[in-house]
Design a protein around this ligand. Structure first.
Ligand SMILES: [Zn+2]
Ligand SMILES: [Zn+2]
Length: 544
C-alpha cells in the first residue's frame, strides 16, 4: 500500500526541542507519519520538493472571529481603502446590486464620510444605484448607517415618511422625509428588518473566512463567541452553520468555536455543593468535535475596551473620573462561570482592564476551590496588568491570550486613554514569559489584521503606527512568538494533535519565503507565507 506524500528538501523547524530541525516530512491521511529518512521515498505515491523553503507548523490564532471575517467578504467593501471617493462607492454598490438575487438586501460596510466630501451618502443617491434592492451602508464606527428608500419601505416607512426618532438615536429629516442617515439606536429601525442570518449563511461565512485565513498561514482559528447574536455571534444555530461548512468540505482550515456564556443554562436542577451547573443540553461541553471543528471554551466579555474607555480599571482614565465598567454584574458572572466550571467547561473571559482582571481571577480561584480540576481557563486580552497580577495568573494556571497587533494599531490610543504614567502596564507580553507564564498568540481579527507575520513583528519590535517603541521591555524573541503561535495556542485550545511537526501530529504546516529565524528583526514584515498545508493538502499557494 502506497503512503500519500513525502515532502523533501525543506528547512523544517519542528518546534520539538528533542528534534528541532528536519529536512523531510512524510504524510499519510492527514497526519505526519515520518521525519527525515525514517521512511524511504519509494513507499510514497508522491514526492514533493520543497526547494529549501522554510517550514513551520501552521499558525493557530487563538482568538479570531472567523465568521466576522467571512461576513466582511460577503458585504460590499466601502472602506476608504476600497472605495476612496463617492463615485467609487456608488459604483461598488451598483455592481453588487446588479449581481444580487431579486429582492436581496445589499449591505455595504466601512464607509467614512470624511473621504466623501464630508457628507454621508443619502437615500436618494443610493436609490439611483440600487436597481430596486434594499441597501444599507454601515459606517466604519458601526454607530451610524444609511438606508435607501426601498430599505425604509420594507421597514414600514414608505417614501421614508413617518420615521420615529427613538431615544438614544436620531434620524435627520428634510420636509418630513428621512434623508437616509440613522444614528445610534435609530439603526435598529432598519437593521431589525434585514432578514436574520441562517445557518446556511453562516456556512458561507465560514467558507469565506477560512479561505482568507488559510491565505495568511493560519491553520486553526478559535472563534471567540458564537450562538448569541444579542451579544456576539451570527445566529442561535451558529454551530450548525459550522457543521454545514465542515460536512460539505468548504473549510480551508480548522476551527475551534466558543459558545457564548449566555447560551449555557442550568440543566435539570443539577448542582454541586449548592451551585447550579451551567451547560448546554445533553451536557455538551469543551472538547467535543473532531480535528476540523471542535467545541472550545465557553466565552464571555467581562468589560469593554481601552480606546472606548469602557474597560474596567483600578484607576480612572486620563483626565477623567471614570474607571470604565463591567458588562455584567459580579453575581451574574460568578454564578455562570462557576457553574460552567463545575459542568466541565474550559472558560475564556475577555478582560481588558486591570480591575476586570482582578474580578475574573477571584471567580476562577473560587471555582477551583469548589472543584479543583485541570481546566484550561484563559483570559482574553489581559491588556493592563502589573507583575503581581501576572504572578497570580501563573499561580492559578490561567493562560493569557494577548494580541500583539494591538500595539501598532491601537497602542497610541490605548496609552492616551490610560495616561502616560500607567502606560507601562499596557499590552504586556515579555512580562508573561519572565514569570514563565506561557501565552497563546492571537489577533482578534477582524478588529485588526489576522496576519501572523504582522503579529509576530508587533510582538518582537513593538512599534506603534507612529514608529514609536511601545514598552520595549515587553519585547520578545522571534522563537518565543512562534512558540506562542503554535504550542501556546494549542495549550490554550486544549488540543495536543497540532503545534509541532512530529509523528502522529496533524499535517498542518506553512512555507515561508525566508528563514524567519535568520532574518533581522527589522525585516520580519518582508517575509511572506508562500503556501499553506492543512491535513497534508495544499489549501493555499501564493502563485495561485
Ligand atoms: Zn474581546
Ligand atoms: Zn474578540
Amino acid at each position: 500500500m502506497a503512503l500519500d506524500t513525502l515532502f523533501v528538501n525543506g528547512n523544517i523547524y519542528t518546534l520539538d526541542p528533542s528534534r528541532p530541525k528536519a529536512h523531510a516530512i512524510g504524510v499519510h491521511q492527514g497526519r505526519i507519519i515520518s521525519l527525515d529518512d525514517e521512511l524511504p521515498p519509494s513507499v510514497f505515491s508522491e514526492v514533493k520538493d520543497l526547494a529549501g523553503a522554510t517550514v513551520l507548523p501552521g499558525f493557530q490564532d487563538a482568538h479570531c472571529h472567523l465568521t466576522h471575517i467571512g461576513q466582511e467578504s460577503m458585504q460590499v467593501d466601502i472602506r476608504p481603502s476600497a472605495a476612496p471617493d463617492k463615485s467609487a462607492l456608488f459604483n461598488a454598490i451598483a455592481q453588487a446590486c446588479q449581481n444580487a438575487k431579486p429582492g436581496e438586501w445589499v449591505i455595504g460596510s466601512g464607509y467614512n464620510q470624511n473621504y466623501l466630501d464630508g457628507h454621508h451618502p443619502t437615500a436618494v443617491e443610493l436609490d439611483e444605484v440600487s436597481f430596486g434592492h434594499p441597501v444599507y451602508l454601515i459606517h466604519n464606527s458601526r454607530h451610524m448607517g444609511v438606508a435607501n428608500t426601498k430599505a425604509f419601505e420594507l421597514s414600514g416607512f414608505p417614501e421614508r415618511r413617518g420615521v420615529p426618532i427613538p431615544e438614544g438615536g436620531d434620524v435627520p429629516c428634510e420636509n418630513g422625509q428621512a434623508v437616509g442617515l440613522l444614528l445610534e439606536t435609530a439603526r435598529a429601525l432598519i437593521m431589525d428588518h434585514i432578514p436574520p442570518t441562517t445557518p446556511e449563511t453562516v456556512a458561507t461565512m465560514v467558507e469565506e473566512g477560512s479561505r482568507a485565513l488559510a491565505a495568511l498561514g493560519v491553520t486553526t482559528a478559535t472563534d471567540p463567541g458564537i450562538g448569541a447574536p444579542d451579544h456576539i455571534g451570527m445566529c442561535p444555530q451558529d454551530l450548525t452553520g459550522y457543521q454545514i461548512a465542515r460536512d460539505s468540505g468548504r473549510m480551508s482550515m480548522r476551527a475551534i468555536v466558543m459558545p457564548y456564556l449566555t447560551t449555557l443554562h442550568p440543566l435539570a436542577g443539577l448542582e454541586y455543593q449548592g451551585h447550579p451547573l451551567y451547560t448546554l443540553d445533553l451536557g455538551l461541553r469543551t472538547g467535543l468535535g473532531d480535528s476540523w471543528l471542535r467545541i472550545g471554551p465557553t466565552k464571555v466579555l467581562s468589560d469593554g475596551s481601552l480606546i472606548g474607555r469602557s474597560a474596567a480599571m483600578r484607576e480612572p482614565y486620563a483626565h477623567s473620573d471614570s474607571t470604565g465598567l463591567m458588562q455584567f454584574s459580579e453575581e451574574f458572572l460568578r454564578e455562570r462561570i462557576i457553574g460552567a466550571h463545575l459542568a466541565g467547561w474550559d472558560i475564556a473571559v475577555h478582560a481588558i482592564g486591570d480591575a476586570a482582571l482582578d474580578s475574573i481571577m477571584d471567580i476562577f480561584e473560587e471555582a477551583q476551590s469548589i472543584l479543583p480540576r485541570p481546566a484550561r481557563h484563559r483570559i482574553e486580552h489581559v491588556s493592563v496588568a502589573d507583575d503581581k497580577q501576572i504572578a497570580r495568573l501563573k499561580q492559578l494556571g490561567i493562560t493569557p491570550v494577548p494580541q500583539g497587533t494591538f500595539i501598532p494599531d491601537l497602542g497610541e490610543g490605548a496609552s492616551e486613554a490610560i495616561g502616560e504614567d500607567r502606560a507601562s502596564l499596557v499590552y504586556r507580553i515579555g512580562g508573561f514569559l519572565r514569570q514563565d507564564l506561557q501565552f497563546a498568540a492571537s489577533t482578534d481579527a477582524p478588529v485588526v489584521s489576522a496576519c501572523p507575520i504582522r503579529n509576530i513583528d508587533a510582538m518582537v519590535n513593538r512599534r506603534t503606527h507612529l514608529g514609536r517603541e511601545f514598552n520595549s521591555e515587553e519585547k520578545i524573541m522571534v522563537e518565543q512568538a512562534i512558540r506562542a503561535y503554535t504550542l501556546g495556542s494549542a495549550w490554550a485550545n486544549h488540543v495536543s494533535d497540532r503545534g509541532v511537526i512530529n509523528n502522529g501530529q496533524l499535517a498542518d504546516f506553512v512555507l515561508l519565503s525566508e528563514d524567519i529565524y535568520q532574518v533581522p528583526a527589522a525585516h520580519i514584515t518582508d517575509i511572506a507565507v508562500t503556501s499553506t498545508f492543512v491535513d497534508g493538502k495544499e489549501v493555499w499557494n501564493a502563485r495561485w
